[in-house]
Design a protein around this ligand. Structure first.
Ligand code: PLP
Length: 446
């Protein structure tokens, strides 16, 4: 892997700028034509290599083109296995469901039915919200500050971020926002407020059908809720007969250190949404897990042409067999998580003037720049010059987001972290040069 990679030639993305809508997003941070992906390495059209600390926003927990899935996929195509299956029974889907029961549900004592929705996360969230409203015959839903659940109308109403909300073009309704854990500082348990509203007939809060949340908020800025808070939320929702929807689209499939992000809190949600890395290779797939007694759907009521991506089912089944048959993978994630957390804390300590804090769990961490929200994007740009692809998140872009593939080699994890350290050094140096120049200019003016 070469170091100090020059930026890709501007003209290489000219057609995207000319013909692709202004809505395009990630390409603006990474103006490169990517061509191949191998494990945690991205390779551009000119053969330059980049270390990937982004992992498809959590869709590539097992890396790019993981060799464990390639042969089963190629074999499946070779023998004309069904690729598009609506919600027909296929052998690939059957094998996936059997594996999901054997490796995920049974060992955890979980009793869920599986709903295959259209293949995006937001579609699974829509289904979960619809179901909760149908079951309880209530329309209001409680969602949390900084939560992100997708950009289709129902999920968007439960999403906090103004940029996404304002794109709807109409008022988003039937959701009440509550403060997430830590929103009012470390000394306030925000559930005191929620519980008070629920108990007060004059609070103005319409009793919700459900509470929807991420156990570790991703897009909103890598915010893990505490175990105690999650347990108390489960207890409150149970007592008030409100359904608990756990959106595990980003924090699930091992990202938190366990298969599900709620396992650490030993709670059982009523409904769980999964997408992104459930399909293992980055092909679209989404799932809703629902307690059997909630399964009041009438046939086809939440429909969709692409509920049967059988290539996703093939890879998803192989991933469960390869990585989740025992606890070896969880142990590997824990070891890498410790390296990531330690190094980020050390970086924060080594740049005291920049005032970083560190948040996260598992292999989902954020280096937070609360005082200067422009820093993460500057670090990101420096990192890209040095061959590292890394994202930012948080409502103001104040978080540098470490979402490495769970299969990353320890040496690559350390190498990427040293690129981040170097990039922060470069940003700090340019800030110092900038303020020195400003001081000289002020003196000249005076
Ligand atoms: N829920 C969570 C927690 C997410 O992180 C995301 C996407 O980042 C979604 C839902 C929406 O998924 P999709 O972009 O596939 O619609």
């Amino acid at each position: 892997m070469s170091k100090n990679i020059p930026p890709a030639n501007d003209t290489s993305i000219a057609i995207f700028e000319r013909l692709e809508s202004e809505v395009r997003g990630y390409i603006r941070s990474f103006p490169i034509v990517f061509d191949r992906g191998v494990g945690t390495t991205l390779i551009d059209a000119e053969g330059r290599e980049y270390l990937d600390f982004f992992a498809g926003a959590g869709a590539l927990n097992y890396g790019h083109n993981n060799p464990a899935f390639k042969k089963p996929l190629l074999d499946y195509i070779q023998r004309d296995g069904i690729i598009h299956g609506l919600d027909l029974a296929t052998s690939a889907k059957k094998a996936f469901i059997e594996a999901f029961e054997k490796y995920i549900l049974k060992p955890r004592g979980l009793n869920y039915k599986l709903q295959f929705t259209g293949p995006t996360g937001t579609n699974a969230v829509e289904a979960a919200l619809k179901l909760a409203r149908q079951v309880t015959k209530r329309s209001n839903v409680v969602a949390f500050t900084n939560g992100f659940h997708g950009v289709s109308a129902g999920a968007l109403a439960a999403t906090g971020n103004k940029k996404y909300r304002s794109a709807a073009g109409y008022g988003l309704a039937h959701v009440t926002a509550m403060p997430y854990d830590g929103y009012l500082g470390p000394s306030v348990d925000t559930l005191d407020y929620f519980e008070k509203l629920l108990n007060d007939p004059s609070s103005g809060l319409d009793k919700p059908a459900a509470v929807i949340l991420e156990a570790i908020q991703g897009e909103g800025g890598i915010r893990p809720a505490s175990i105690k808070w999650l347990q108390r939320l489960r207890e409150i929702t149970k007592r008030h007969e409100i359904l608990l929807i756990l959106d595990d689209i980003q924090a699930g499939i091992g990202r938190s250190g366990k298969f599900f992000s709620f396992e650490a809190a030993e709670i059982v949600p009523d409904i769980v949404t999964l997408s992104k890395s459930i399909s293992a290779v980055g092909t679209p797939m989404a799932l809703v897990l629902l307690k059997p007694e909630l399964d009041i759907w009438s046939p086809g009521a939440h429909s969709g042409t692409y509920r049967g991506n059988n290539l996703a089912f093939v890879a998803a089944r192989v991933a469960l067999e390869t990585y989740w048959a025992d606890d070896k993978f969880e142990k590997e994630i824990a070891a890498k998580s410790a390296i990531l957390a330690d190094e980020l804390k050390s970086i924060a300590n080594d740049f005291p003037d920049l005032g970083f804090t560190v948040r996260g769990r598992g292999l989902m961490y954020g280096l937070v720049s609360e005082n200067d929200a422009s820093l993460p994007a500057k670090i990101q740009a420096e990192a890209l010059k040095r061959g590292l692809v890394i994202e930012t998140c948080g409502g103001r872009g104040e978080v540098l987001k470490f979402l490495v593939a769970l299969i990353i080699a320890e040496a690559d994890l350390r190498r990427g972290l040293s690129i981040v350290r170097e990039s922060i050094g470069a940003v700090q140096a340019s800030l110092a040069t900038g303020s020195a120049k400003a001081a000289v200019a002020a003196e000249v003016d005076a």
